[in-house]
Design a protein around this ligand. Structure first.
Ligand code: BMA
Length: 319
């Protein structure tokens, strides 16, 4: 087995970049942020904020360099509204943001949590101040969802992760109008047995469109006697038939190593929900939840990730 020369993902030296003590109001934890680069170059993180009841809402943090000096909204940006949306009774979690040029809007896909279980809710916004609620678009149990930024053969495409015990796999579904979804296709299956991504996987940030295909970072969960370990791996999918997997990495590329990733409200979790691409067109800034407690930043070269996938393709190796 070849030794990896340098880590594919480099952690920012002053991680974690955001935590509960930075918040302008009292909260328990901040983690699993969606991320987007706004047209003026500002990085916007839509952070999952867990209050001291245990219920999550979303709060926007903005920074001109994507690293520090975060301007955090003084109150929740998107708060559950269970009176009108019962699917949000236990909170809104883990946003994935996609800019949709055709609609001139951002689509935010979240996990809406209620006594019925976690389901996928969709919100559209122009300004991250007011949001149009599309309600539950995938019934429980389903989560880890994201809208692709453009139509695929005339239809919108949504990646999501329904749970059908004992395994949880990634699916893609299609829609003409964003409300009703069908043509469901299995996209990527959890592996089995001893693998790092056995039994349970899900999309991490929105897929990155490259000329070789949609580059997907996904999380895999390994259950051990000491609890679960959440790590991140890579796969590549066909641009016009995104359910077709072209390559799948064998090893994970990012896992809990630092103390703030190993210890927290939930130990041993790195959980990215968003990225921004730097102006060099190659540097991917990945924003992730660390141990369900704080937010970390790590960076990678897009070209290096694609090259690594060429060398570590488990489909080619028939694993
Ligand atoms: C997953 C999601 C994430 C969370 C992770 C670890 O199932 O609910 O929000 O970060 O578990 O607790």
């Amino acid at each position: 087995m070849k030794k990896r020369p340098t880590p594919l993902l480099q952690r920012y030296k002053s991680n974690p970049i955001l935590s509960a003590s930075d918040w302008p109001y009292e909260v328990n934890s901040v983690f699993n942020p969606g991320a987007i680069l706004l047209s003026d170059g500002t990085t916007l993180l839509l952070c999952r904020v867990e209050d001291r009841r245990g219920i999550s809402h979303l709060c926007a943090a903005r920074s001109t360099n994507g690293v520090d000096n975060w301007q955090i909204d003084g109150r929740p940006t998107l708060f559950p509204d269970p009176e009108h949306h019962p699917e949000e009774l236990w909170g809104i979690e883990d946003p994935r943001i996609t800019h949709i040029p055709e609609l001139d809007q951002y689509a935010v896909a979240c996990t809406a949590y209620s006594p019925e279980g976690p389901g996928v809710a969709l919100y559209l916004t122009k300004d991250f101040a007011s949001f149009e609620r599309y309600g539950l678009i995938m019934q429980p149990e389903d989560k880890d969802a994201c809208l692709l930024p453009r139509r695929i053969k005339d239809q919108w495409a949504l990646i999501h992760r329904p749970t059908s015990a004992p395994s949880a796999n990634m699916w893609i579904s299609y829609s003409h109008g964003l409300h009703n979804w069908g043509s469901h296709k299995l996209m990527l299956e959890a592996r089995k047995g001893a693998w790092w991504d056995a039994h349970k996987i899900g999309l991490s940030p929105p897929p990155v469109e490259t000329n070789r295909g949609w580059l997907v970072l996904y999380h895999g969960v390994k259950r051990t006697a000491a609890g679960s370990i959440y790590r991140v791996g890579l796969a590549l999918f066909d641009l016009e038939t995104p359910e077709r997997c072209l390559k799948r990495g064998d090893e994970w590329i990012f896992g809990p190593e630092e103390n703030y990733e190993r210890r927290g409200d939930v130990d041993n979790v790195v959980f990215p929900c968003g990225y921004t691409l730097a102006s060099d067109g190659d540097t991917l800034n990945l924003y992730y939840g660390a141990a369900d407690t704080s937010i970390g930043l790590s960076s990678a070269s897009l070209a290096a990730l694609l090259d690594w996938l060429d060398e570590h393709d488990s489909l080619k190796a028939n694993l």
